[in-house]
Design a binder for this molecule. Structure first.
Ligand code: SF4
Ligand code: SF4
Length: 461
């Protein structure tokens, strides 16, 4: 068989899988109203129908109907989609776009052409799987990064301009990378269990994440402190694994399922009331474990129970009286009125949404409510805060041009707020906004922080 025949066979197999797996009812649910288009960052940037949610659904349906082949142009549009799911909450037909995208990515991953790029992705997945599954292996890997950052090698590489051979976006990423801490949260706080302070609300199992735990260890430490101070017993189960989002979003759903089962089992054994997430990307993956494991009879119920327990940290904090100077629930609290003098002395902060926290967990209001309660904080809403910043997992590495265009437009909106601090609820968004500040040459005047670190700095210190 020659290479053209091989290619035709692969395209045929891909089409078959798409016909078989794409949820036709969801495709038909789209009434082509276009309400989703203004919400879509790739449509905003390109103005192209094919780069909009409606256009992508039309492409999927054309393939499912056999009217077109899943060719290179089809694949490009699917790859260009950020998976931010901003199209879902605005859709009057409740089209489950995220599920359609997953089904498409799954098929594309399965039948990818054996190009150097696709083979590299497969090899990376193979290499990454055992590391992300066992946390101690990830911590071991992070010691390499830690040694590079702390031994002076990073400074030498920077001085000697040794990284010039890297693409520009990778050089920026290397510059803004936080300092790794291979100890992780458990070693930093000295254990797996911590008692609530004050009036007890319940027991929280802390989802520590993978990258989160070695690159944002301080945020995890602050998460434990905030939760215990707010009245929760905290348990950090040692055998939990990565949430699986990195694998699921690139089409490797089998690996994601394996990770999901491990987490469901580990947190069930820990007998917790809630599972706390401090990263929108991970939390969104965890709340959809019921969907991920829907075809596995033995796992349907445990996955549903697990998903129902997952909460963003802001939702948990809002249940605590510690966070509200009023006796009622902070969820109903109005922002406290501020005098002019108080407002002048307050630090001006703004908030960039995590798409997954907002569009999937539907918990985008929590961080805002808490910010309005913190004394000395002048919270200014960011215009278009709900638009994806361009991070989207590893999107900013594989689609750097689009990611840069998006973050540049986000930074313009940040300028208008005059904020000196940009807050986010997800490590990927935090890094991407740091890239935005770096590109604007504003990293010395604008700080980018995780909301948890800000809450902790303002409330606990
Ligand atoms: S808003 Fe929903 S129904 Fe309307 S075009 Fe977009 S996906 Fe289709
Ligand atoms: S997921 Fe985001 S980028 Fe993709 S179609 Fe929906 S709004 Fe556009």
């Amino acid at each position: 068989m020659n290479s053209k025949e091989h290619g035709d066979q692969r395209t045929g197999a891909l089409q078959q899988q798409l016909v078989h797996t794409l949820d036709y009812e969801q495709l038909m649910n789209c009434m082509r109203c276009g309400f989703c288009q203004p919400a879509c960052p790739t449509f905003q940037q390109t103005g192209l129908e094919a780069a909009s949610p409606r256009g992508r659904i039309a492409l999927m349906k054309a393939v499912a109907d056999g009217l077109m082949e899943p060719d290179e142009a089809f694949k490009q549009q699917m790859d260009l989609c950020l998976g931010c799911r901003a199209c879902e909450p605005v859709c009057p037909s409740d089209v489950k776009y995220g599920q359609l995208l997953e089904q498409t990515k799954d098929a594309l991953f399965e039948h990818a052409e054996p190009t150097a790029g696709a083979l590299t992705v497969r090899r990376l997945h193979k290499l990454a799987k055992p590391i992300f599954k066992r946390h101690r292996r990830l911590r071991l890997m992070s010691t390499i990064l830690q040694a590079y950052q702390r031994s002076g090698l990073q400074r030498l590489a920077d001085k000697g301009k040794l990284l010039r051979w890297l693409p520009a976006h990778m050089q920026t990423m290397e510059r803004i990378m936080p300092r790794a801490d291979s100890r992780g949260v458990v070693k930093r706080v000295g254990g797996h269990r911590f008692a609530a302070k004050g009036e007890r609300i319940g027991t929280v199992g802390m989802f520590r994440g993978c990258i989160m735990d070695v690159l944002f260890t301080e945020t995890n430490v602050n998460t434990v402190r905030l939760l215990t101070e707010s009245g929760y017993d905290v348990v950090i189960p040692e055998e939990q694994s990565c949430c699986g989002a990195l694998f699921s979003h690139s089409g490797d759903r089998d690996t994601a399922r394996e990770f999901a089962k491990q987490n469901v089992k580990v947190f069930r054994d820990a007998k917790v009331d809630y599972i706390a997430s401090n990263a929108g990307g991970c939390g969104a993956m965890l709340v959809e474990y019921d969907h991920l494991l829907a075809d596995e009879a033995d796992w349907v119920e445990p996955a549903r129970a697990f998903a129902a327990q997952v909460k963003d940290i802001s939702e948990l904090l809002l249940r605590s009286k510690r966070w509200n100077h009023l006796p009622e629930s902070a969820a109903q609290a109005e922002p406290a009125p501020q005098s002019d003098a108080a407002r002048d002395n307050a630090v001006t902060v703004t908030y960039q949404d995590s798409c997954h926290l907002r569009n999937v967990m539907r918990a985008g209001e929590g961080p805002r409510q808490l910010l309005r309660l913190i004394p000395g904080t002048n919270f200014v809403e960011l215009e278009g805060a709900e638009v994806c910043c361009g991070s989207a997992g590893i999107y900013n590495l594989v689609q750097p041009q689009m990611a840069n265009d998006i973050v540049d437009s986000r930074m313009k909106a940040v300028r208008d707020t005059r904020a000196s601090i940009i807050l986010t609820s997800n490590p990927g968004c935090l890094l991407q906004m740091k890239i935005g500040a770096e590109r604007e040459k504003a990293s010395s005047s604008i700080q980018v922080m995780h909301v948890v670190d800000y809450f902790s700095e303002k409330i606990l210190k």
